[in-house]
Design a protein around this ligand. Structure first.
Ligand code: ZN
Ligand code: ZN
Length: 357
């Protein structure tokens, strides 16, 4: 496991941040640094060593999951144990995750850690998480494979009269059969005019001949999230929707072609968006182009309009342009890609051309 390497990466930031150690409380970050998957755990990372904390419910689980560092089950709350470890490690300036710690927790820590200066730090672990290591890439690939498998199978299942909810339920089943641990997020299944909503919640709307079917879904594997969208034609949808699919397909390809290490998310968004603008649908592409995926479904780097996140080798990001026309329907095509030095690699294997059922 590379948890030690990841902790070393964070510890090396201490000097720049003028702190002796950083206490990590945000759960996806705790998992990233320690392997712990429970609902309550913290990691104190100092250059010399790291310490993992949890409560009595997780003593046994953390014994299996967290290796190579001291594990502490606190007898009465996190603050007291943290104070002891800070004293032992000579920490008098302690960084905390400002985007996670509540005012109430900060008040408590201030009270429990007299003489220790608490220094807000921002998204340090999240920034490390942009670049995926080999193990993370393998988990993302497994999640993607189960997603592709579920998609292939659900195409066989679609029939007139079934509801969006039924399809969403079946899709979950099919992805689990294809190897998913669970769902990356609640699937979006939208028929016909409902596809005009970018984030439609499945309803009892029944599938009819001539609908488009927009499905945004993904499998979860070892904590890593897949995220894919396909829009398929069921029968003969309105000619404009086929045209829109063509525009979105071209826009997505422009985005995929623009991804490589060293470019900004904003520049990729701009090249993809330009295709939709040129086709006259600019006002109907109402969201940003993409986002990082990993231990969270939405993470950095971001592919947003004017965004200045610079894509590094090893980041995994989505490219997901869409056009949504109220009353008519909509099309989105989304894939995850791994950023390489001179381009990118698409993780999925499902066709991006229009499927006509
Ligand atoms: Zn999605
Ligand atoms: Zn997405």
């Amino acid at each position: 496991m590379d948890h030690q390497l990841r902790r070393t990466g964070l510890a090396s930031r201490c000097t720049d941040l003028s702190v002796h150690a950083i206490v990590v409380t945000r759960l996806p970050n705790v998992r990233y640094l320690s392997g712990f998957t429970g609902s309550n755990g913290q990691v104190l990372v100092a250059p010399a060593e790291a310490v993992f904390f949890t409560d009595g419910r997780y003593t046994e689980q953390s014994r299996h999951e967290v290796g190579g560092i001291e594990r502490i089950t606190y007898p009465n709350g996190f603050g007291g144990s943290l104070a002891e470890q800070c004293a032992r490690l000579g920490v008098s300036r302690l960084g905390f995750e400002a985007h996670d710690v509540t005012v109430a927790l900060l008040n408590k820590l201030t009270q429990k850690l007299p003489g220790i200066e608490l220094v807000p730090v921002e998204e340090e672990v999240e920034r490390l998480r942009w670049v995926k290591d080999a193990e993370e890439l393998a988990s993302l690939q497994r999640a993607q494979d189960a997603t592709d498998g579920g998609f292939d199978a659900v195409l066989e299942y679609l029939a007139v009269g079934m509801t969006e909810r039924q399809v969403a339920l079946e899709l979950e089943q099919l992805m689990r059969q294809a190897g998913a641990d669970g769902l990356s997020f609640d699937s979006i299944v939208a028929f016909g005019e409902n596809a005009a909503e970018p984030h439609h919640e499945p309803t009892h709307r029944v599938l009819e001949e001539g609908d488009v079917i927009k499905i945004d879904f993904g499998a979860l594997s070892a904590g890593y999230h897949a995220d894919m969208t396909r829009t398929v034609a069921f029968g003969q949808p309105a000619a404009e929707l086929k045209k829109i699919h063509d525009v979105v397909r071209t826009s997505q390809q422009a985005g995929i072609d623009a991804v490589k290490a060293g470019v900004t998310g904003g520049s990729v968004d701009a090249l993809s968006r330009a295709v939709i603008d040129a086709a006259g649908y600019g006002e109907y592409f109402s969201h940003s182009l993409g986002h990082g995926v990993g231990l969270e479904i939405h993470e950095g780097p971001s592919l947003v309009k004017d965004g200045d996140d610079v894509l590094p080798v090893g980041a995994v990001v989505t490219v997901e342009p869409g056009i949504y026309i109220p009353g008519l329907g909509g099309v989105r095509i989304e894939d995850s890609v791994e950023v390489t030095a001179d381009g990118c690699r698409v993780l999925g294997s499902s066709t991006r051309e229009l499927i006509e059922l």
